[in-house]
Design a protein around this ligand. Structure first.
Ligand code: 4NP
Length: 157
């Protein structure tokens, strides 16, 4: 599973941490290789946004600073190494589709397609306040729920 946003400092790192925590809670951690990346590389090497991290720590107090995501850019190899590249908005989706190999083994899709409340876009919180990160967190948890239900269903569970 590779989560993708623009800068890989706000939304996709939150999605990565939430997904990792939620699969662990369900005893599914061994089934998933989980990472995140940005379509742009201008935050490469930066630690994830402190506002997103603070939001995550409120929900998962056992998180350690070493669990913080370091930004990196999407590479061609990602399309071979991950089955799912799930992104946050339509601009991410266009950018990923432009660089995807053809044919492409991975499924490239909006993560919000799995939102149990049907909100398909995970809005960019970068220029807003802390409430944007809270909204992102709540939506990402719904997306994880919807996604894992989808996977379980397609396996016939
Ligand atoms: P992200 O948010 O794509 O969720 O990581 C952003 C981070 C940085 C910028 C924009 C969005 N920026 O313009 O630097």
């Amino acid at each position: 599973m590779l989560f993708v946003c623009l800068g890989n400092i706000c939304r996709s790192p939150m999605a990565e941490v939430v997904f990792r925590q939620e699969v662990r809670k369900r005893g599914l951690a061994d089934e998933w290789k989980i990472d995140s990346a940005g379509t742009a590389g201008y935050h490469q090497g930066d630690t994830q946004d402190a506002r997103g991290w603070a939001e995550l720590k409120r929900h998962y107090p056992d998180l350690k600073d070493s669990d913080m995501v370091i930004s990196r850019q999407v590479t061609k190899k990602d399309f071979e190494q991950f089955d799912w590249l799930l992104c946050m908005d339509n601009s991410n989706l266009r950018d990923l589709r432009r660089v995807a190999p053809k044919p492409c083994h991975a499924t490239v899709q909006l993560f919000g397609d799995f939102d149990t409340k049907g909100k398909s876009i995970v809005e960019d919180p970068y220029y807003g306040g802390a409430d944007g990160f809270t909204a992102n967190y709540n939506q990402l948890v719904r997306c994880v729920d919807g996604f894992l239900a989808h996977v379980a269903k397609s396996k016939g569970e």
